[in-house]
Design a protein around this ligand. Structure first.
Ligand SMILES: Cc1ncc(C[n+]2csc(CCOP(=O)(O)OP(=O)(O)O)c2C)c(N)n1
Ligand SMILES: [Mg+2]
Length: 582
């Protein structure tokens, strides 16, 4: 009797089917992924609809690059891969820059792209949006996979998640051909094929002898320095990193996105004496910071070397999850390979409680430089020129961030970037999001939306007028989702400024110059947000305070002296110079 009932139940269950659409959604959901950033179209429109119907947050953008940047920064902030969803060929390519940028910056994200029919694509028979996307993505990201059968969706998503977050995080491409979505399988078979990834980013414990080697080197240092990179910020080992800095008493420099890991106002911050501590240090402990161009490759004049390639004589201890990072630019005397939390924890255990502070003459010399530079900065910030310059405008932003330390600061531009980084103090970890390793323009609105969606805190985006243009259409997205984003455009009429002239005297303006006196605030008003034109620090302050208070989408057009910037901001020297005399 019982067996007959069982039989009936089994029969009706076996008629229950699921399909590719639902398996992808279920595979993401069982892995705790609840948000998708994307842009609909063939073949993923229904997927986006169904994902929303199944309770996922689906945030639609106006351009895939911005969706990709939102996913990437969500990955950085949460340690879970951010998901970007695009259509085939052009949508995929639009998302690819963000995927590659995420990989360069070690942000975990997954670009899921629909693709056209494999048989036609592979024979190059001219399908709708035909492109061999997997082949194109492969060299441009950390890993790339394609799923052809619905039963393999569970494995595909699991592999993508592990590749994105384990070891050195990065961007992963997942190719889902149109035909996959409609494939059906028995519901139970489908369910059994899903994988909930266990321990997606396993800790990697450093070897005890490597820890000892690092401690020995650090102990012998006369002029030690700690460099914190955005890897240290990503690691979410905030308490241990702070304890390591404070218990050793070693001065530290935060890289741009590591600002706030310890408050920038911390006694041990040597940021205001950077050009003194880099050449002066004898032992440097790198924590999640690579010796790439942003650190002048660990050599040359910045580090006290005789010429641009000469070693400055520093010894380096480097904490990094990737063993291949070691010796990439200069010799690393004490490589410490492992995850940052485990490595910093091991160092902390090794230093114990009786660690001697660095010699007083080193600390004293830093303090002297620091107070001199800070006094000079305070003087500059106190000025009130007409029109506003970067300093007088950013002095306001500095106060607003100080009063709202939980706010997320997004920042891009050249002068708008460099001045903000040096003037605006950060107080909490992972609050400063910027152009990263490439110095890429266009992350602004994607990062702002991503940060507002995955966090609860208001977002302040300080944007060069050129930088903003790369993603400016997303102000509609910000209004549509009613996100607490306050955009401040540092409007100096162009790329680096607005003063270049066309040397021929012809009617075209110079290549760096935009429409003078443009009113970016009107763009925000077009979609129902708040637009403000600010010509004085007082107007800027009022508008920013109101934006933070109201949490309404706001765009402030801050009118900046068009002569105030310099070519390429702080990296003027990277511009190639013509040898030919005019
Ligand atoms: C994708 C990309 N394209 C171009 C550049 C070159 N670039 C560097 S900064 C910049 C814009 C600088 O102007 P703006 O944002 O107005 O900042 P300002 O210096 O005027 O404050 C550009 C175009 C880049 N870094 N990334
Ligand atoms: Mg500009």
């Amino acid at each position: 009797m019982g067996s007959v009932e069982t039989q009936v139940a089994t029969d009706s269950q076996s008629q229950e089917v699921t399909d590719g659409f639902h398996l992808v959604i279920d595979a993401l959901k069982i892995n705790g992924i609840d948000t998708i950033f994307g842009l609909p179209g063939i073949p993923i429109t229904d997927f986006a609809r169904k994902a929303q119907a199944e309770g996922m947050r689906v945030i639609s953008f106006r351009h895939e690059q911005n969706a990709g940047n939102a996913a990437a920064i969500a990955g950085f902030m949460t340690q879970k891969p951010g998901i970007c969803l695009t259509v085939s060929a052009p949508g995929f390519l639009n998302g690819l820059t963000a995927l590659t940028n995420a990989t360069t910056n070690c942000f975990p994200m997954i670009l899921i792209s629909g693709s056209s029919e494999r048989e036609i694509v592979d024979l190059q028979q001219g399908d709708y949006e035909e492109m061999d996307q997997l082949a194109i993505a492969k060299p441009l990201c950390k890993a790339a996979f394609r799923v052809l059968h619905a039963e393999d969706i569970g494995v595909g998503i699991a592999r993508a998640i592990r590749a994105a977050v384990s070891g050195r995080p990065g961007g992963v491409y997942l190719d889902l051909p149109a035909k996959l979505f409609g494939q059906t399988v028995e519901a139970q078979v489908g369910k059994n094929s899903l994988i909930k990834v266990v321990d997606p980013a396993p800790r990697q414990i450093p070897a005890p002898d490597a820890v000892q080697r690092a401690l020995d080197l650090l102990k012998g240092a006369k002029r030690p320095l700690i460099l914190l990179g955005k890897g240290a910020a990503y690691a979410q080992a905030d308490e241990d990193i702070r304890a390591l800095v404070e218990r050793t008493g070693i001065p530290y420099l935060p890289m741009s996105m590591a600002k706030g890991l310890l408050p920038d106002t911390h006694d041990q911050s040597a940021a205001a004496a950077r050009s003194f501590v880099l050449p002066g240090a004898d032992v440097v402990l790198l924590i999640g910071a690579r010796l790439n161009w942003l650190l002048s490759h660990g050599k040359g004049k910045t580090w006290g070397g005789k010429d641009h390639k000469a070693w400055g004589g520093q010894k380096f201890i480097q904490i990094d999850i990737s063993p291949q990072e070691m010796d990439s630019n200069v010799r690393i005397d004490a490589p410490l390979v492992g995850d940052i939390g485990s490595c910093v924890g091991a160092l902390l255990a090794g230093i114990g409680s009786g660690w001697a502070k660095p010699p007083a003459d080193w600390l004293g010399a830093i303090e002297e430089r620091k107070s001199k530079n800070l006094a000079k900065m305070a003087e500059t910030l106190a000025k009130n020129p007409v029109p506003m310059n970067f300093h007088s405008a950013l002095n306001v932003v500095r106060d607003i961030v100080k009063a709202n330390p939980d706010a997320v600061l997004v920042n891009e531009g050249a002068n708008a970037l460099d001045f903000t980084r040096s003037i605006v103090d950060m107080y909490k970890p992972r609050k400063r999001l910027d152009v990263g390793t490439w110095g890429i323009m266009g992350i602004g609105m994607g990062f702002a939306v991503g940060a507002a969606v995955v966090g609860r805190d208001p977002v302040i985006a300080i944007e060069g007028d050129s930088a903003f243009g790369f993603s400016g259409m997303e102000v509609e997205t910000i209004c549509r989702y009613n996100l607490p984003v306050c955009i401040v455009i540092m409007n100096n009429n162009g790329v680096y400024g607005g003063t270049d002239k066309n040397p021929t005297g012809g009617p075209d303006v110079a290549p760096t110059v935009f429409v003078k006196g443009a009113r970016y605030d009107k763009m925000m008003e077009a979609f129902g947000g708040v637009g403000v034109n600010a010509t004085t620090p007082a107007e800027l302050r009022r508008a920013m305070e109101e934006a933070i208070r109201s949490r309404k989408p706001t765009l402030i057009n801050a009118v900046i002296d068009e002569t105030a910037g310099t070519e390429s901001g702080r990296i003027t020297s990277l511009n190639p110079q013509s040898a030919k005399k005019k």
